[in-house]
Design a protein around this ligand. Structure first.
Ligand code: CUA
Length: 155
């Protein structure tokens, strides 16, 4: 096949533009990895046990009657293991991890987060019905993954 000199030039131009386009996509993908969803706060994953409020994980009652629940997800448990709130309570969940990525999923709710070393993730839920809600790790994190769960008791 005979390719005219100028056609070859255009083919080269096309390939170069394609490479430029792909490299922009690649840079964007890397930048996405480095910027979790807005609203997430950073935390030093090596100092979770010394960083308030995660130095004392657990439930804190707010003046308006809602609760803040601070969780540390680690191999292979959640701290706190159980919290108890009255039915109708709005709970603001905050979670971080000192070791590896864990899941944070509460059954019968739309709370579905990742616990990521270096970041604090947050989501709220109002528990209208009494019962025991399971908080489970739904992100494979190692040999004890399937035993990693906690409970939220709504009375
Ligand atoms: Cu933690 Cu799976």
């Amino acid at each position: 096949m005979h390719v005219h000199k100028y056609e070859r030039w255009w083919m080269m131009f096309g390939i170069v533009m394609l490479l430029v386009f792909l490299s922009i996509l690649g840079v964007a993908a890397i930048a996405d990895d480095m910027n979790p969803p807005s609203g997430m706060q950073q935390i030093d994953p090596t100092k979770v046990a010394q960083t308030p409020p995660f130095d004392k994980p657990g439930l804190h009652r707010n003046a308006d009657g809602s609760y803040d629940a601070y969780y540390v997800a680690h191999v292979f448990a959640f701290d706190p293991a159980t919290v108890t709130v009255p039915a109708g309570s709005k709970v603001n969940f905050y979670v971080t991890a000192p070791d590896v990525v864990h899941g944070f999923f509460i059954t019968h709710t739309d709370v579905n987060m990742m616990a990521i070393p270096g970041w604090v993730n947050a989501q709220s839920h109002t528990f209208r019905s009494p019962g025991t809600y399971l908080l489970i790790c739904h992100e494979y994190c190692g040999i004890g993954h399937q035993n990693m769960f906690a409970k939220i008791e709504v009375r």
